[in-house]
Write a protein that binds this ligand. Structure first.
Ligand SMILES: NC(=O)C1=CN([C@@H]2O[C@H](COP(=O)(O)OP(=O)(O)OC[C@H]3O[C@@H](n4cnc5c(N)ncnc54)[C@H](OP(=O)(O)O)[C@@H]3O)[C@@H](O)[C@H]2O)C=CC1
Ligand SMILES: O=C(O)[C@H](O)CS(=O)(=O)O
Length: 492
């Protein structure tokens, strides 16, 4: 077993490509079961690495080590924790090219986009390194003359994390940073398609000075067993999950017996609304970035594009022209803006959604079929004539397909936009301030992009309502989910 030469050749620091698990500060080269699994490049099918297929036993050992390490970590000052987080931020930035190459190799996204993700992930480490020094409490006027009331905040303890393949660096960094800043420890199980990015982060965390055992990474295909350990081990005080709503519900059920504290960033079905008074060119650019970023494999992607009747044809034409310019190619290819989809399953879902839509009357304006390159490549697609009866209206496509729906009135489009069990991101384009506020306040979503298609930043609270999740990541709010409030009542 060895890391693929094609990947090593792209790295300045080859030690960042790790072919083992990472438990209690030590590489774990083989699983207790002896089982292994392969990590492949979705663009070429090449085997990049063969990893130990860790499971529940190793998860339990990692949790034990985390519990021990967390006690000392929590006892350190916020300023001390901030210093180490700052070092980790600096190391992520200094090694961003290598982290991006590892990310592109295992996930497929274009290299420039991968580097953007690494810097985005690093921004959460920088942000929470600063927040680590500002975990403030309260003093409250006593309810009796001899009472003094103090509120303090303490770390929840050992945190388990389960992360998805679509942003394998940033989704982990967005959890690790607030956890460490708050004084917690973390045991993480990355998606089996993309474990190398998480392992590279563990290497840098150790170099930054993180104590052994505080952050472990468990590469595994046995997500069900590892997930059960995370939900049933009483030493775990919080589980933070990013992924599908279905898996989020499984974890909620499994954690119920422990009344497990959960952070859930789940699926989405974002409406993207273009009103007659919108700046059409801006709306087209916003649709491109919202819909086709990460090849549409993003939970905040525009999933339904609602265009008011007066500008429908013009918007459709402009969008189709721009979409036709998106270059499909290997993530390492210069100029490639759309890489491969992550799997055959993902490709089949895209084809299923297009077939269902066209069978129900939608037309393909551009794209609509597998790319001539073959494999997991698919043409960026625009559909017109989409209606609420189609799967593209009810399900998250998670691929490069933009279905355009026509609408007449504000009340009609708000009702259509809200007609989903999801509530993560939403977008609207208008130049009428009154309409902007009325519609933004009426949309049942955790986030609203107004005249922009890109809303993700470490300074703002990222998260959804309804079946899109629980809690928020990033911003001044993001650290609260890793803290417990304790109230001291002092009789003087
Ligand atoms: N709200 C948000 O920020 C985000 C939401 N998502 C949503 O996730 C979906 C696509 O991502 P995808 O990775 O396929 O989602 P999945 O939910 O299938 O997988 C996410 C993670 O959960 C693990 N997992 C799968 N089944 C279980 C289980 N029974 N118990 C414990 N862990 C499990 C996976 O492991 P394994 O790899 O072994 O299958 C992976 O690490 C879309 O719905 C997308 O919207 C994705 C990213 C961000
Ligand atoms: O879809 C996801 O996994 C991320 O939440 C996307 S974002 O944070 O980069 O918008």
């Amino acid at each position: 077993m060895a890391i693929a030469a094609s990947l090593l050749a792209r790295l300045k620091d080859t030690s960042l490509a790790v072919e083992s698990g990472f438990i209690a500060g030590r590489p774990v080269a083989s699983a207790a079961t002896g089982r292994t699994f392969e990590v492949t490049n979705p663009s070429t099918g090449e085997v990049l690495a063969t990893l130990p297929d860790l499971n529940r036993a190793e998860a339990a050992a990692a949790i034990d080590a985390a519990q021990e390490a967390q006690k000392d970590w929590a006892a350190r000052t916020g300023k001390d924790r901030a210093t180490i987080l700052r070092r980790l931020f600096d190391l992520m930035v200094a090694n961003a090219d290598d982290l991006a190459a590892i990310l592109t190799a295992e996930m497929g996204k274009p290299l420039a986009e991968a580097k953007g993700e690494v810097l985005y992930g690093a921004s959460y480490v920088e942000w929470f390194g600063e927040e680590a020094k500002r975990v403030y409490g309260d003093t409250i006027p006593g309810h009796q003359p001899d009472k003094r009331i103090i509120v303090v905040k303490q770390p929840v303890g050992v945190v388990a994390a389960i992360t998805p393949w679509n942003f394998p660096n940033a989704m982990l960094a967005r959890k690790l940073a607030p956890a460490l800043a708050a004084g917690c420890a973390m045991v993480a199980k990355p998606a089996s398609e993309t474990p190398l990015s998480a392992l590279a982060l563990a290497v840098l965390a150790e170099r930054a000075g993180l104590p052994a055992g505080l952050f472990s990474v468990l590469p595994s295909t046995d997500s069900v067993s590892v997930g059960r350990e995370f939900c049933e081990n009483p030493k775990i005080r919080k589980l933070t999950f990013t992924g599908s709503t279905n898996v989020g519900k499984i974890l909620m059920r499994q954690g119920a017996d422990q009344v497990l504290k959960l952070g859930l960033e789940l699926g989405g079905n974002a409406p993207f609304i273009v009103f007659d008074d919108a700046d059409l060119d801006a709306a087209v650019e916003g649709a491109i970035v919202s819909k086709y970023r990460n090849n549409g494999q993003t939970c905040v992607c525009a999933n339904r594009l609602y265009v008011q009747a007066g500008v429908y044809d013009a918007f459709a034409q402009k969008l189709a022209e721009r979409v036709g310019q998106i270059k499909v190619g290997d993530g390492f290819e210069a100029g490639a803006l759309a890489g491969p989809l992550i799997s055959d399953k993902a490709l089949a879902k895209v084809e299923e959604h297009i077939a269902d839509a066209t069978a129900k009357g939608a037309q393909v304006l551009t794209g609509g079929r597998r790319d001539q390159r073959g494999g997991l490549y698919f043409e960026p697609t625009v559909l017109t004539g989409a209606t609420a009866t189609m799967k593209v209206a009810r399900e998250e496509t998670f691929g490069p397909v933009a279905p355009l729906f026509r609408f007449e009135t504000v009340s009609e489009v708000v009702a259509m936009a809200n007609n989903t069990e999801f509530g993560l991101a939403s977008y609207l384009y208008s130049r009428d301030v009154s309409k902007i506020f009325r519609v933004a306040e009426a949309l049942e979503y955790g986030m609203v992009g107004i005249n922009t298609g890109l809303i993700s930043t470490e300074v703002a609270p990222f998260g959804g309502i309804k079946q899109s999740g629980l809690g928020r990541e990033g911003s001044k709010y993001g650290i609260e989910d890793y803290l417990e409030i304790k109230y001291l009542c002092l009789s003087v």
